[in-house]
Design a protein around this ligand. Structure first.
Ligand code: FES
Length: 182
């Protein structure tokens, strides 16, 4: 249906151009057909090119990259397993220093790293890198600790994570956490 529509539009556009006065000369049938054909080809090319560009254009959908808020009710207690927040691709960790958000992407080759409740660590399923409960490097081929995202805590204990800002770090230090007294 769409190709037929494109062709008809091309013929119409080409026909219109062909009917425009050409220095006072009358438009011939040959000229009409040529311009209609060129119009069709032009429109098909433009649509194909536009589709190709759309295909290659970065497809930034979803919430990742925005500031996302975790309500106070969802913030884990100290010592509990981190909260896995899929829309933002982070874990919200609560420890005695406060809260920190850790990007779940392995810093080795980018696999998603799960938190293993049984041993209280993050373990990458791809090549075995291990990170402790704060996402700090323990072992494996990863070159550093899991990256973090900036965190803000409001007056009611809601935590906003800036998932568009990825921060690298060495190990864990207390200042990476934002105080959380709720
Ligand atoms: S991608 Fe995680 S260890 Fe290789």
């Amino acid at each position: 249906m769409l190709p037929l529509l494109r062709t008809l539009i091309g013929i119409a556009v080409g026909g219109f151009v062909a009917l425009l006065p050409h220095g006072g000369r009358k438009t011939g049938r040959r000229s009409f057909v040529r311009n209609a054909t060129l119009g069709s080809v032009g429109i098909v090319s433009a649509l194909t090119g536009g589709g190709f560009v759309a295909l290659l254009w970065p497809n930034k959908t979803g919430d990742f990259g925005r500031d996302l808020t975790v309500s106070a009710a969802e913030v884990p207690t100290v010592g509990a397993a981190p909260l896995r927040w899929a829309p933002g691709k982070f874990y919200l960790i609560r420890n005695p220093d406060g809260v920190l958000a850790v990007y779940w992407k392995c810093v080795h080759l980018g696999c998603t790293v799960p938190f293993i409740d049984a041993d209280g660590q993050f373990r990458c399923p791809c090549h075995g890198s291990v990170y402790d409960a704060n996402g700090a490097y323990v072992s494996g081929p990863a070159p550093r600790s899991l990256d973090t995202m900036p965190v803000e805590v409001d007056d009611e204990g809601n935590v906003t994570v800036a998932t568009g800002t990825i921060q690298t770090r060495g190990g864990y230090s207390p200042e990476q956490a934002v105080a959380y007294n709720f």
